[in-house]
Design a protein around this ligand. Structure first.
Ligand code: ZN
Length: 598
């Protein structure tokens, strides 16, 4: 077969020390009136304008004879090529030095690339197949990159001349632009393991130096999680969801000294975790950090169904040039946050006390912040771009998280459905109906997304329960989910306690900068607020005693509820003094407790 794919991309990691890639694109049939191309302004799953085009250092266009074509920029992301005859080639140099799951990173140890940072969208040809050539880094005795391998869920261009072998450099093929930018690519020498879940191949790769890594244990746990989720959505066929897009699923993890996060894709996920969170051979205890890592794995894998396939109508298809507003992120992130833990428990990866502790932590987090009475999870979803993703010192007073409160809406809804149907139905049925209606055939027909007002009817269809009022109050409205009334259905109850390490209360959140204590957040209505403190204040002394991050608790421990203390602090460079009356620590800590005999 000849290489006349309509769109041919080439990625060459050519300057490892300088973090630069050369990326070229040949358009076989450009718009004769002048082709427009652009780079996405955001990456699906992360709702903030990132303006990836700002990392393009140079961009030049050439006609088939190699003559330069005029280019001018139309807006922050879009280029207009001058009219020309025949194929055009656009050559860019892209700076790749962002160690996150959202963009691109290249150095002498590895490369990690999201297509949204590298590959130009050819306007009007988004449905054309995209052939991608991956070149190895330059041969250079300083580095050992000759041994680099490629890890991606993007399928090799089978049948094409120069097609990559598995894990090799060469040609890969995406059916369209949407797919091209949804299969991140890792190249380097990571630690690799693989397993099958119901016959579908899964690969786990870890980039970074990880002495003593207990890979066998991770494989065993992740396999149980994947199988449990596949059974959840496809109890009859046990068919993995990504098989329409790739013959494998890839968990690509960057292991760092500090970091946590993930981003979901149709047949892979990019994760960042702390080195200390990964299990060590010969140490069987389950650390909280490792549970968090497994929770992240569970969360991102669940997204393969819920948000990559079942998605809001506004994301089907994505418009990556501007914000896509939906009031439903509490379904896509909140439900996913509910099920990530629940399915760890159902998979037997965590025990019941651990699961209840996780729910308790989520309830405590939601109830700590007064912002939940100013914003509903539907409003928080809609404004994710400018509010949840752009948090500041006042966010706890002003915002609610569609992740954590969304998970409580899911928990409450699950219990509500179970109560109304005498346990014949649950939220599981709603997710399965949504998979059936929107997800399973997503890549086969015209993609259809979930309408903004569809949830009550979907819940009714799946379970027979009228949840309209419930959602009106707790998802569209700003009321607390009445878990105290609903948890007893599951033989559980809520207890509120004061954190047991707090002797007296100051309603602030502190940040330690070196030794210095700085006020991070002042809770609205709390004693720090009433005393006149402000976020940013740098604490100097309590009753004349110098305060540092290491002695703050021991100094406060000398006082009792009702005592008034004198605080010296710097606001900007002005020394100020405030009087603050200590209060009893608030009962902010929730504990979900199992009743002895339900
Ligand atoms: Zn998520």
């Amino acid at each position: 077969m000849s290489h006349v794919a309509p769109l041919r991309y080439c990625l060459e990691p050519h300057d490892l020390a300088g973090h630069r890639c050369r990326v070229s694109l040949t358009i076989e049939h450009p718009d004769p009136q002048g082709q427009q191309v652009s780079l996405p302004a955001w990456i699906p799953g992360s709702y903030l304008m990132r303006e990836f085009a700002r990392q393009i250092e140079t961009l030049q266009a050439y006609d088939a004879a190699g003559k330069t074509i005029g280019v001018h920029k139309l807006d922050r992301n879009t280029w207009q090529l001058a009219p020309c005859k025949g194929a055009v080639t656009i050559k860019t140099v892209v700076y790749c030095n962002d160690m996150s799951v959202r963009s691109a990173h290249l150095d002498d140890s590895h490369g990690f690339f999201n297509g949204t940072s590298l590959f130009l969208q050819v306007h009007g040809q988004e449905d054309q197949p995209c052939l991608l050539e991956l070149l190895p880094p330059p041969a250079n005795s300083t580095y050992q990159q000759q041994t680099w391998q490629v890890h991606t869920s993007l399928p090799e261009a089978k049948g094409w001349e120069g097609a990559a072998q598995r894990h090799g450099f060469g040609y890969y093929l995406a059916p369209n632009y949407d797919a091209l930018i949804d299969h991140p690519i890792e190249m380097g020498t990571p630690t690799v393991a693989s397993f099958e879940a119901y016959g579908a191949e899964h690969e786990l790769i870890f980039t970074g130096i990880i002495p003593g890594l207990d890979l066998e244990r991770i494989v065993a746990d992740v396999k149980r999680i994947c199988e449990t989720q596949i059974r959840f959505f496809e109890p009859e066929t046990q068919r993995a969801p990504f098989l329409d897009s790739s013959d494998r699923y890839v968990f690509m993890t960057q292991v760092l000294g500090e970091g946590y996060g993930g981003l979901e894709h149709r047949a892979s996920t990019a994760l960042i975790c702390n080195r200390r969170d990964l299990p060590i051979k010969g140490r069987p205890e389950q650390s909280e950090g490792y549970r968090n890592f497994l929770g992240l794995v569970s969360h991102e894998y669940f997204h393969t169904w819920n948000v990559k396939r079942i998605k809001p109508a506004v994301f089907a298809p994505y418009d990556l040039s501007r914000e896509g507003h939906t009031r439903l992120l509490w379904v896509f992130e909140g439900f996913t946050s509910y099920y990530d833990d629940l399915l760890l428990f159902r998979a037997g990866v965590i025990d019941q006390p651990t699961y209840l502790a996780n729910i308790s932590r989520t309830i405590s987090m939601v109830h700590r912040n007064g912002g939940r009475h100013k914003q509903s999870v539907a409003e928080s979803s809609f404004d994710a771009w400018t509010r949840y993703y752009r948090q500041d010192e006042n966010s706890p007073n002003a915002l609610v998280s569609y992740y954590t409160k969304g998970a409580l809406v899911a928990l409450g809804l699950d219990l509500f459905i179970r109560r109304e149907t005498l346990d014949r139905h649950s939220l599981d049925d709603v997710l399965r109906l949504m998979w059936d209606r929107y997800g399973r055939d997503f890549y086969l027909g015209a993609p259809k997304g979930v309408a903004e007002d569809a949830m009550p009817a979907l819940i009714h269809e799946a379970t027979g329960v009228d949840a309209g009022k419930f959602l009106q109050l707790y998802a569209e409205g700003r009321h607390d989910v009445p878990l105290d009334k609903l948890l007893p259905i599951a033989g559980l109850r809520l207890e509120w306690r004061a954190p047991n390490n707090t002797l007296v209360g100051i309603d602030w959140r502190t940040r330690n900068q070196g030794e210095e204590v700085q006020v991070a957040t002042v809770y609205e209505g709390g004693n720090a607020h009433l005393a006149g403190l402000s976020a940013g204040d740098r604490l100097v002394a309590i009753d004349g005693l110098r305060v540092t991050s290491s002695n703050l608790d021991s100094i406060l421990g000398r006082y009792a509820v009702g005592d008034t203390i004198s605080l010296h602090l710097f606001r900007s460079d002005v020394l100020r003094q405030f009087k603050l009356t200590l209060t009893a620590p608030g009962k902010h800590e929730c504990h979900v407790v199992a009743n002895a005999r339900p």
